[in-house]
Design a protein. Structure first.
Length: 307
């Protein structure tokens, strides 16, 4: 099964961030994992003001306020029976997250997507590319409409989107691992972009049947023994089809791989992933190509590490 022992949860103290903490706490309780709460304070450039200001005092005030809020978050998480640690850092948001990922080596990152500072900036422009394309570990994004309290996340219906790129096997491995633990219904979806192929031509049926066969071949034989699996091929604009499917099928978790085969694939995937993440009605799990196979075990859980 999927093994999760360390969850990194960047926070900015706004609703989406709070929802991410709640979701992370629910996951941590389910997997007997530890949460690492991180807040990054962006430095103030003294030269950006007409008059000289003491940025040291301002940063100190921001640190004190943030430390207070982090302590309150940690207390709430610990009250739910989950181990939690906190860290404040000052610097560039992406670079600080990158450093913490390297030092902590988390199994999963959980973060909000619609805050007014911090996380919102992480999902705009070049920083989006860095996170979606270069995160070495799975990333789960949560909207402000996400979990309102600490509770085990629901995984009754999973949607897995695939572009048949190199990251597909890793995304499927994560999705089927979650499905096995929760006896979930899994929908495997491929969207043929309607501007990239002439679907009115005589090869339409042949193309659709070929893609369906590819999807069926991705499903492990044993997976059908413990979950319901549906394969679907749609035509249209990928992010629109994905978002519509999330709503129509009442999906609890969307799983996407975040690395395409070549430069064009990565560009298209990045655009699709960013739009889906910003508008998704459910949590989105973004999976990079993994360096090692998932470990399988009977049930989630294990020994805890003292706080």
């Amino acid at each position: 099964m999927l093994t999760i022992k360390k969850i990194l949860c960047p926070v900015d103290f706004f609703p989406a961030s709070d929802a991410a903490v709640n979701y992370a706490a629910g996951l941590a309780a389910n997997y007997d994992a530890e949460i690492y709460l991180l807040h990054v304070i962006t430095p103030i450039a003294a030269g950006g003001y007409e008059y000289a200001i003491d940025t040291t005092e301002i940063i100190k005030s921001m640190e004190d306020k943030s430390a207070q809020e982090m302590n309150e978050l940690r207390a709430k998480v610990r009250a739910a029976g989950v181990i939690a640690e906190t860290e404040l850092r000052v610097g560039d948001v992406y670079e600080e997250i990158k450093w913490v990922i390297g030092a902590l080596k988390p199994d999963l990152i959980v973060m909000g997507t619609h805050g007014r500072r911090g996380v919102e900036r992480w999902f705009i422009g070049s920083t989006t590319e860095k996170l979606l394309r270069h995160s070495p570990v799975p990333l789960v994004t949560i909207s402000a409409a996400g979990e309102k309290s600490f509770a085990a996340p629901r995984f009754r219906r999973l949607l897995v989107t695939t572009d048949f790129s190199e990251g597909t096997p890793d995304a499927l491995a994560h999705a089927f691992s979650v499905a096995q633990e929760n006896e979930s219904q899994v929908t495997l979806l491929h969207v043929i972009h309607d501007v990239s192929v002439d679907m009115s031509g005589k090869y339409q049926d042949s193309l659709l049947n070929g893609v369906r066969k590819q999807l069926e071949d991705l499903v492990p034989t044993e997976a059908r023994n413990w979950c319901d699996i549906v394969t679907r091929v749609e035509t249209g604009v990928p992010y629109r089809i994905i978002l519509r499917t999330l709503e129509d099928e009442k999906i609890d978790l969307l799983v996407m791989n975040i690395h395409g085969k070549g430069m064009l694939d990565r560009a298209l995937l990045g655009s699709t992933a960013e739009r889906v993440v910003r508008a998704a009605s459910c949590p989105v799990m973004l999976i990079p190509p993994m360096k090692r196979k998932l470990k399988r075990r009977a049930r989630p859980g294990g020994s805890r590490v003292a706080a």
